[in-house]
Design a protein. Structure first.
Length: 119
């Protein structure tokens, strides 16, 4: 059963992205006092993304069209909807170190950022 959770095509980038996002959200949820329902929605979507991308589901999706379509349903609709329902932006931002948050705030107030947001 544990072999199901081994990645079909090992990648270094994807687990690194998952780890960084998970740590940022965990730190941010402690600082921003995120509600339980938002946390559950984020982690459910997070796990769905991981299962669809980094387990044997990818192998089965290459060989069975039905599994491939289920994988697309999860990746394009279900997991993003769960993550968006958690509204994770403020929580992820709160998970950043203080210096990075200050730099992000300054960058958002710059003329270039304002010009880009007006487009």
């Amino acid at each position: 059963m544990l072999s199901f959770f081994e990645p079909w095509e090992p990648s270094l980038v994807l687990p690194l992205v998952f780890a960084v996002c998970g740590v940022l959200y965990l730190r941010g949820s402690w600082r921003a006092r995120t509600g339980v329902s938002r946390q559950l929605a984020f982690w459910f979507g997070f796990v769905l993304f991981y299962v669809a991308l980094q387990t044997r589901v990818d192998y089965y999706a290459e060989h069975q069209f039905f599994i491939h379509r289920l994988q697309h349903l999860v990746l394009h609709h279900l997991a993003p909807l769960c993550v968006m329902a958690a509204y994770p932006g403020s929580t992820l931002r709160a998970g950043l170190p203080l210096r990075w948050r200050i730099r992000l705030h300054r960058a958002r107030r710059s003329g270039v950022a304002r010009a880009l947001s007006a487009v």
